[in-house]
Write a protein that binds this ligand. Structure first.
Ligand SMILES: [Zn+2]
Length: 457
């Protein structure tokens, strides 16, 4: 097969002399490690006093839990994933006050925000607030839970050894998950009216319906101290508009609108669902505005491209964050990525077909592999090409060729498997997007351990 020479590739300001970088989240390996390590500061374990009466426990598990201190009790916003880490956070809150828990508020129904509630429920049963649609988030594709669980383990790097674990983008690695979901307590009050007001323990609160990461999300506004609890529609990283563990379509347009609405409140403090709270009107409001604009821009560029007849493969490479937002630290692609968002929007709006009749009935993978081998000049030439791609650090191409080889009877499957493992590890080294990196590494380890069935390789 004909070779093109590999030019000096420049991505995000970094130049390397060798190798091919296939996405904006791939950068020079040392820099990738440096960025990921710096992101760890966003979830170091501590209790932050956000305002006079609001405290947030960061880094006790993957998400945040917060305490609002009222006249005769406290209110808890989100409860972590299990009772063990939740009770540790409560213990830390108890250094501030021993007032009883009067209410628990769930910003949305993801497990890392609701599974530890029992740790906060005392003698005096608190009311538990959530939106009317609470729980609708994952129900739609429950039927594929077995594979989602498996992909979830990879996305979050749950099985990675400590030497390979960095973080989960907006959460630390190595959280204790043995009791995940065991402390869930169902909501007692369902909110259906947008802007619902309630006074709990003397604290005035307002609840706003805010579909985004999930349809059942809300944000909570505390007018007196101008604190806004955003849930997972905002955190310090480009939003996970699509999760590679597999999700139903997340309404990207509504997500942008919900965050834009938050900015309209001009909060003095924003408490995200993950990562550090932000304080100061400018410092808290501008990121919300920009976040909303960034999401909207990705959506608008994708829609314009779709209407111009472009395919998701093409658009995934073309759509970029607006230049003035690219370097904002809270928009770095530690968690979600722009190309994945583009593909999700495409599939969400139009389904799988890209409009090109060639793809109406594509060849089955085995047939295509045979044709590719023929083009390459035979199976041994194809194997040579794959080996060369690996040694040239063109890891994506090495992966694609190894995937062809695995279908070929005469192919050296063992060599192809080995190349795939090495190429995945090569890609992981240069990835600063945590889910991608975790997925590459986890998959490589599974291939190496022989745990994966033939379906996977
Ligand atoms: Zn979360």
């Amino acid at each position: 097969m004909k070779k093109t020479t590999i030019p000096l590739v420049v991505t995000t300001g970094f130049a390397i002399a060798f190798g091919v970088f296939a996405a904006d989240t791939q950068i020079e390996p040392e820099r990738a490690t440096e960025l990921l390590t710096a992101q760890n500061k966003q979830f170091e374990r501590k209790v932050v006093q956000v305002s006079e009466n609001v405290y947030t426990a960061v880094g006790f598990h993957g998400a945040n839990t917060s305490m609002i201190v009222g006249d005769d009790g406290i209110i808890i916003v989100d409860t972590l994933r299990g009772p063990l880490s939740a009770s540790q956070a409560l213990q830390a809150f108890r250094k501030v006050t021993d007032k009883p828990v009067k209410a628990i508020l769930y910003t949305h129904s993801h497990g890392d925000h609701i599974g530890g509630a029992s740790a906060f429920v005392g003698e005096e049963k608190p009311e538990i607030y959530a939106t009317e649609g609470f729980g609708s988030a994952e129900g739609v594709n429950k039927v594929v839970d077995p594979i989602k669980m498996r992909r979830n383990v990879r996305q979050f790097g749950r099985d990675l050894p400590p030497a390979q674990a960095t973080n989960r983008g907006v959460a630390p690695a190595n959280t204790n998950d043995t009791d995940g979901g065991k402390g869930f307590v169902p909501p007692t009050i369902r909110i259906s009216d947008d802007g619902h007001k309630a006074t709990i323990a003397g604290v005035e609160l307002e609840f706003y319906l805010a579909p985004g990461e999930t349809d059942d999300a809300m944000f909570i506004w505390m007018p007196k101290e101008k604190v806004l609890f955003s849930g997972d529609n905002f955190y310090h990283a480009f939003p996970n508009l699509y999760a590679i563990r597999g999700t139903a379509y997340r309404d990207v347009l509504k997500w942008s609108e919900s965050v834009g609405r938050m900015a309209d409140f001009k909060p003095e403090h924003v408490v995200p669902g993950h990562t550090m709270p932000m304080s100061g009107q400018e410092a808290a409001t501008t990121p919300l505005k920009n976040y909303s604009e960034a999401i909207r821009s990705v959506y608008d560029q994708t829609v314009a491209g779709i209407n111009a007849g472009k395919s998701p493969d093409q658009l995934a490479h073309e759509v970029k964050l607006p230049e003035h937002l690219r370097e904002e630290p809270y928009l770095r692609q530690f968690y979600g990525t722009v190309p994945h968002a583009v593909r999700a929007i495409y599939a969400g709006l139009l389904g799988w077909f890209d409009g090109n009749p060639t793809t109406l009935n594509p060849m089955e993978p085995k047939r295509r592999a045979e044709k590719i081998a023929e083009l390459a000049g035979g199976v041994s030439e194809l194997t040579k090409d794959m080996n060369e791609a690996l040694s040239e650090q063109d890891y994506q191409w090495a992966l694609e060729l190894s995937d062809h080889l695995k279908w070929l009877k005469e192919g050296d499957r063992e060599r192809a498997r080995q190349v795939k493992i090495e190429a995945l590890r090569g890609l992981a080294e240069r990835e600063y997007n945590a889910p991608n990196r975790n997925y590459y590494l986890s998959y490589a380890n599974e291939l190496e351990s022989g745990k994966l069935s033939e379906v996977w390789f």
